[in-house]
Design a protein around this ligand. Sequence first.
Ligand SMILES: Nc1ncnc2c1ncn2[C@@H]1O[C@H](COP(=O)(O)OP(=O)(O)O)[C@@H](O)[C@H]1O
Ligand SMILES: [Mg+2]
Length: 363
Amino acid sequence: MGALSLRNVRKSFGPTTVIHDVSFDIKDGGFTVFVGPSGCGKSTLLRMICGLESVSAGDVVIDGAVVNDIPAARRGLAMVFQSYALYPHMTVYENMAFGLENIATPQAEIERRVGEAARMLKLDTYLQRKPTALSGGQRQRVAIGRAIVREPKIFLFDEPLSNLDAELRVGMRAELTALHRRLATTMIYVTHDQVEAMTMADTIVVLRAGRVEQVGAPLDLYNNPANVFVAGFIGSPRMNLLPATISGVADGMALIEIPGFAPFATNACASASRVGENVTIGIRPEHVLIEHGEAAWTLGGAVCGIEQLGGLSYVRLESPDMTVQIAGQTGLHLSDTVRLTLPPRAIHLFDHDGAAMPRSAAP
Ligand SMILES: Nc1ncnc2c1ncn2[C@@H]1O[C@H](COP(=O)(O)OP(=O)(O)O)[C@@H](O)[C@H]1O
Ligand SMILES: [Mg+2]
């Protein structure tokens, strides 16, 4: 078992509160990713779950029991850090066995667990090496192996791949998700990298400045961001976000005006009382329709940048400030004038406070 709940968990360092009454539930066996910009409190949250840091208020609940006063060593969790924190004078085997020897595990059991973890992590031929004779990826595997042999209820990973080069990171991501499938143990993984979150998580917790912005499955967050922050954070290139005004309401849906352009329809629900409200319009780069052409058009501009990646292309406009993704290659050139169409169904509208406005299911 490895279910976790946080109930109004707060952390203050002196007068500064860095985690504000955070609550959520993680079900047993899931792969949950905490994602958010550097400094938003991801490590602090993980350290409170682990027991390396006390909570200032609220409860950390593991499998139904409040563990606030249980020391880290007795919570049955294992943490893997970005810095591998291996003992340089010990071999790979000794590094993995050390924690088990400390709690007087029988020798045969230590050998069995280390052997199994080493096979799982393809470290079996390196067991007698010292960490200095290993690559970065191998060292990180040893750190993961050291966690596996403890057979924890929950694995906690704090940006474990950040020190690896890009190619190795992609490989290790796949290895970790495979490991999760194999062990079926709850894993909580912290990263500032939204691509890592999207590719690894079954549930993402988006954090910002010590608060939870949204919890959901990766594509739920992508398709229905709850606010401007999540909209801009999840997805690369990021969602186009432009200041706009509600200029009218037709059939219960907001008409929108971007300064300098004619009003156009959305399928965001709004009442007439909202006319005049300053809002933010959001649309993903792949949802904007673009065509070459002058003339009066609802929305358009001049091309100020083109990135041809072969399989897809990005066209950038300066005003309005937008990125358009095109499947395949584009015949557009710098300074070409283009017309844009924003399909109402693809438009996200965020109110004055940045919260997503409900959308009608109708086209
Ligand atoms: N021991 C500490 N004392 C004071 N402030 C701290 C301490 N640890 C972390 N913080 C502050 O808490 C905030 C969150 O830090 P952290 O959890 O490390 O963020 P993240 O892991 O998301 O980058 C930061 O503003 C950081 O400066
Ligand atoms: Mg951190």
